[in-house]
Design a protein around this ligand. Structure first.
Ligand code: HEM
Length: 145
């Protein structure tokens, strides 16, 4: 339980009911670190990297960051710029196999760990990311000879 009152123990104002998860975990800076760390992992993973069509991963990084910020109660910039997320539909051009999912999650969860969130916040974020990644699988692993 004590993990859950960190705003108070750090001498900040008591958290109002409207404080979003986005604010609780540190707002924009936290999401920049999360998504930047993730894309560093993607850049160093040739198998996963092959899925990303653009030479420059910077724009993809911004899209994912805006999406996650919006999802967790931050600014709605993603929808303003990209429209309704429809994530499954947006992933149909890419073969998201169980192997690609696991690579995606490997890099994302490594980046989450570096944020050093409190245990409950980390569990909330990880639970969501795992469920979302499992939901987006749209192709089987290629058969091995
Ligand atoms: C399961 C493994 C996943 C793989 C292999 C994957 C791969 C990709 C690829 C190749 C793109 C295109 C890059 C771009 O142009 O932005 C993309 C876009 C995107 N992905 Fe994923 N993704 C995965 C999971 C997820 C998850 C779990 C989320 C959200 C929690 C997510 C959110 C997004 C978003 C928001 C975009 C940009 C959509 C747009 O506005 O065009 N992806 N993904």
């Amino acid at each position: 339980m004590s993990d859950n009152v960190q705003g108070v123990s750090e001498g900040q104002a008591p958290l109002g009911r409207e404080t979003s998860f986005y604010d609780l975990v540190g707002g924009h800076d936290t999401f920049v670190r999360l998504v930047h760390g993730f894309y560093e992992g993607v850049a160093g993973d040739p198998v996963l990297r092959a899925l990303y069509p653009e030479e420059d991963l910077g724009p993809a990084e911004i899209r994912l960051r805006m999406f996650l910020e919006q999802y967790w109660g931050g600014p709605n910039t993603y929808s303003e710029e990209r429209g309704h997320p429809r994530l499954r539909m947006r992933h149909t051009p890419y073969a998201v196999t169980p192997e690609q999912r696991d690579r995606w999650l490997h890099h994302m969860l490594a980046s989450v760990a570096l944020l050093k969130l409190d245990r409950e916040q980390e569990a909330t974020l990880v639970d969501y990311l795992v469920r979302a990644a499992y939901m987006l699988v749209n192709a089987p692993d290629p058969e091995k000879d």
